[in-house]
Design a binder for this molecule. Structure first.
Ligand SMILES: NC(=[NH2+])NCCC[C@H](N)C(=O)O
Ligand SMILES: [Mn+2]
Ligand SMILES: [Mn+2]
Length: 362
């Protein structure tokens, strides 16, 4: 049930067209922007990366955490839009890890009937367990890790990998997670109304949901989990009843769209980062549906009244500026939905990642 862990490490990777990424030679990029130098991805001092110009890339073609086809096509669409080329050629990263998208939808267990209401539980479990190892293998080398999903269930794996690597590298230190999303994704199997695991990753990552079945998230260990105290939400506006109770009962820090309306994005990000503190590595999990459908229509569970693209970019820019970012997920881009707006959604995704990885307007 656990096909080859698709771990590949090469000094540079090539995209689906065979173009090799990563110039890594410190020379000014000639691609359009003559003023770029690529000696370093950013002038920001990175506090928790020993190789700040190395980037682990994980490309996850997976849709099993929810019911709509197409979200597995996002990594290919993002790569074709030039994201990885830009990260190497313009931002100066040396890319490691996946050079092609893995079709994780192929990791299909022989039988996978619902368990405690969860749909595709063994498939999602097997994929996220593989991802946890992939992300861990990049992060333990002191590299930033970028994961392109895929639906948001994959964060069970990516957070597990980051949390474990950081604990190992920094004496048991915990990571913080900034979850930018219209949704809280903190349902337990018991509170979920849909049974879709992409609505549950935070519950598993925090240990609010646990399982004794090895093949259904029972592989998650304490060193792969995060604390609810170091979890911060931004952008919430569609939270289930059971989730609201969980957020309240555990005193989880959450900034909804209401808070952004009241205080402005600047103040909200300031408060979110203050809650985390300057001594904590950050895993940024960005669901593209945090953006208003005006900017990101092609996503499985769009909710009106969301962030503008600039507000999304601003969050990403500020997280980068902390020098504390160690991993980022970009999830829930579904190029097969609202096809007229698909390239716009993909471009929004590209922009969010660029900002988190150090791109600046000036
Ligand atoms: N990652 C997402 N887009 N999650 C949407 C979750 C929607 C709903 N709360 C559910 O549990 O099914
Ligand atoms: Mn969402
Ligand atoms: Mn989500």
């Amino acid at each position: 049930m656990h096909p080859k862990a698709p771990e590949k490490t090469s000094p540079s990777t090539s995209d689906s067209n065979g173009h090799v990424n990563g110039n890594g030679n410190g020379h000014a990029s000639t691609k359009g922007h003559s003023t770029y130098t690529t000696t370093s991805p950013s002038t920001i001092q990175q506090k928790f990366l020993s190789s700040p110009s190395d980037l682990g890339v994980v490309l996850v073609g997976f849709s099993g955490g929810q019911c709509k086809d197409g979200v597995d096509a996002a990594p290919t669409a993002l790569v074709q839009a030039g994201l990885l080329d830009q990260l190497s050629d313009e931002l100066g990263y040396k890319l490691h890890g996946d050079s092609e998208v893995h079709n994780y939808n192929e990791m299909k267990p022989a039988h996978d009937e619902p368990y405690r209401g969860m749909k595709n539980p063994r498939a999602v479990s097997a994929v996220t367990e593989t991802l946890a190892a992939q992300v861990y293998n990049q992060a333990r080398q002191g590299r930033m890790v970028l994961t392109l999903g895929g639906d948001h269930s994959i964060a069970i794996g990516t957070i597990a990998g980051t949390a474990k690597a950081v604990r190992e590298r920094y004496n048991g230190r915990e990571i913080a997670v900034i979850w930018v999303d219209a949704h809280a994704d903190i349902n337990t199997p018991e509170t979920s109304e849909s049974g879709n695991v992409h609505g549950m990753p935070v519950a598993f990552a925090t240990g609010l949901a646990t399982s004794k079945e090895r093949d259904i998230f029972g592989w998650l260990t304490e060193d792969q989990r995060i604390s609810t105290r170091k979890l911060v939400y931004i952008g919430l506006r569609d939270v289930d009843k059971g989730e609201k109770k969980i957020l309240r009962d555990h005193g989880i820090r959450a900034f909804s769209m209401h808070d952004i309306d009241r205080h402005g994005i600047g103040r909200v990000v300031e408060l979110a980062l203050a809650h985390i503190g300057a001594d904590t590595p950050i895993h940024l999990s960005f669901d593209v549906d945090a953006l208003d459908p005006m900017w990101a229509p092609s996503t499985g569970t769009p909710v009106r009244g969301g962030l503008t693209l600039r507000e999304g970019d601003y969050i990403a820019e500020c997280v980068h500026e902390t020098g504390q970012l160690v991993a980022m997920d970009l999830v829930e881009v579904n190029p097969n939905l609202e096809v007229a707006g698909a390239s716009e959604t993909v471009r929004a995704g590209v922009s969010l990642v660029r900002c988190a990885l150090g791109d600046t307007l000036l």
